[in-house]
Ligand binder design. Structure first.
Ligand code: SAM
Length: 197
């Protein structure tokens, strides 16, 4: 299968993944106090509703996506947000940050990548997450074991992510999310990974 041309998809308005609002799992993480103050990254953030959900006076929230259209949709939808929120049109795999991140939120980014890019995804996460920082992956569509169904979204699971992260992250929890976007019921698991110091 040919790799997805994300910029063309955005330009053509072919964005069936865009739920228009953050998933309940992110709201619950925020309620539980799992998201720390400090620097937060959202790779492949699309129209950026998760940036708005994560925005807080004590946080610098950085979203990255390859699409200018997605960035423009974010800018049009959100006025002033608390704290600092920066949307960068950039390639995650080439992304460099002057400092590491305390928290990274990956929802429907990992599953969107061609499987051969997954080791690079893990390498970039190892580079970007600070020691003791947390990588939160809301894994969708969750299959264990994974079927041979081609994506995106590619079927994913926690064992796969654990292997990719190697000994660089420890798993804090893997939980099934009961409340999801409509149509994603039973297909989401939240997995939290702490970067080893
Ligand atoms: C399936 S969409 C999910 C968007 C968003 N997370 C959401 O839930 O609505 C995947 C997003 O990743 C972006 N993307 C794909 N490859 C990327 C890359 N190498 N660097 C940054 N963003 C990328 C796409 O443009 C797209 O917006």
């Amino acid at each position: 299968m040919a790799p997805v041309d994300w910029q063309s998809a955005w330009r053509a308005g072919r964005t069936p993944w865009d739920a228009g609002t953050s998933p309940p799992a992110l709201r619950k993480l925020l309620e539980r106090g799992v998201v720390p103050p400090g620097r937060v990254l959202v790779p492949g953030c699309g129209t950026g509703y998760d940036l708005a959900a994560l925005a807080h006076a004590d946080r610098e929230v950085v979203g990255i996506d390859v699409s200018e259209e997605a960035r423009d949709a974010f800018t049009a939808a959100h006025g002033s947000l608390p704290g600092e929120v920066v949307y960068e049109v950039a390639d995650f795999f080439a992304y460099r940050s002057p400092a590491g991140f305390d928290f990274v939120w990956d929802y429907t980014f990992f599953c969107a990548l061609d499987p051969d890019r997954r080791p690079s995804w893990a390498d970039v996460m190892k580079r970007l997450v600070k020691p003791d920082g947390v990588l939160a992956t809301l894994l969708f569509p969750y299959e264990d074991p994974v079927s041979g169904r081609e994506g995106p979204p590619w079927p994913v699971n926690a064992t796969m992510v654990e292997r990719l992260l190697g000994g660089s992250f420890e798993v804090l929890e893997v939980r099934e999310e009961e409340e999801t976007h409509p149509g994603r019921e039973g297909k989401e698991r939240l997995a939290l990974w702490r970067r080893q110091s």
